[in-house]
Write a protein that binds this ligand. Structure first.
Ligand SMILES: NC(=O)c1ccc[n+]([C@@H]2O[C@H](COP(=O)([O-])OP(=O)(O)OC[C@H]3O[C@@H](n4cnc5c(N)ncnc54)[C@H](O)[C@@H]3O)[C@@H](O)[C@H]2O)c1
Length: 284
């Protein structure tokens, strides 16, 4: 089993992934593009573990031990000693391929690369490296410390051994692995994204207010939250990039991002993480 884990990106997902790995006993190095974003990511981890202590899920001693296992950096080369690298950067193929090509030159050939992509092709990302057998998708869910599943995605050239080792690794994190092939959206986003986009279209058409759309779904379908609240939680920008990637693949209007979604991305209304999305979080 691995001992050292590298995480690229300390946004919503990267910080959650770093936290669960450290809590499971792994030494974690997390890389961000700037000191400021790194500080924000580490602060997100501290806040999340503090809530865990408050809810009695984690002892103060375990929190301190887990926190001591996490090291932040802005230097990509600092990940070179990791046995597995979990990538959670922006959902854009060009950015991910550029990162993987660089990582490929920095890391020994046996290091496994795992992308947390929601919709992009694992096989295409792997093609930017010389190690497609040791490349796969490990798609965690938000918030990572709470949500159980990990979609384990097999690229066209992923080796059986890589899948077996990564399944065992995810199980040490307390996750339930569901296996799927390299298909845009995998299982969950293939079904979820058209639903979220339809909710935005309903709002755009004036079918109902955002509050009533959310309330109808929450109570009518017994979902823990309505689609527009969920969009704010996931990230309006991330959902937009996922929809763009799926539309580019399928050319199916069900995956076409409605104009309102694009405008919100351009306006910086990215959801909870920016203080404003469909709802206003600036005062909370
Ligand atoms: N938000 C969700 O609910 C969710 C769920 C599952 C998977 N994902 C996927 O996880 C990935 C990250 O999503 P997120 O919601 O955490 O986004 P985010 O915007 O919260 O964070 C992305 C972070 O990556 C950083 N970054 C960009 N390029 C980098 C690089 N080269 N090196 C290091 N850091 C870099 C950015 O500065 C940013 O802090 C995406 O592929 C997304 O599709 C998101």
């Amino acid at each position: 089993m691995f001992k050292r884990v590298g995480v690229v990106g300390s946004g919503l997902m990267g910080s959650g992934i770093a936290e669960v790995c450290a809590r499971a006993g792994y030494q974690v190095v997390v890389r961000e593009v700037s000191e400021e974003l790194l500080r924000a990511g580490l602060a997100r981890i501290d806040g999340s573990m503090e809530r865990g202590v408050g809810r009695g899920k984690l002892s103060a001693a375990d929190r301190d031990a887990a926190r001591a296992r996490i090291r932040g950096t802005t230097v990509l080369g600092d990940l070179a000693g990791s046995e597995i690298i979990l990538e959670a950067i922006i959902e854009k193929m060009d950015d991910k391929k550029r990162l993987y090509a660089e990582l490929d030159t920095l890391c020994p050939p046996e290091t496994i690369f795992a992308s947390n992509t929601s919709s992009l092709s694992i096989t295409e990302m792997a093609s930017a490296t010389g190690r497609p057998e040791r490349f796969l998708g490990l798609h965690f869910f938000n918030p990572v410390p709470v949500m159980k599943p990990v979609e384990m995605v097999r690229g066209l050239r992923t080796a059986d051994e890589t899948l077996a080792r990564c399944r065992a690794f995810c199980e040490t994190l307390g996750k339930t692995v569901v296996a799927c092939k390299d298909y845009p959206g995998f299982i969950v986003n293939l079904l979820l994204v058209p639903y979220l986009l339809d909710a935005v279209r309903a709002l755009e058409l004036g079918v109902a207010s955002k509050e009533d759309i959310d309330e109808a779904i929450r109570l009518g379908l017994n979902h823990p939250m309505g689609p527009l609240t969920l969009l704010d939680f996931v990230g309006v920008d991330t959902t937009y990039y996922i929809a763009e990637a799926m539309f580019a693949e399928f050319k199916d209007p069900r995956y076409a991002a409605p104009p309102l979604l694009r405008k919100m991305v351009l306006a910086g209304h990215h959801g909870r993480k920016t203080g404003r999305g469909f709802y206003d979080y600036s005062k909370k």
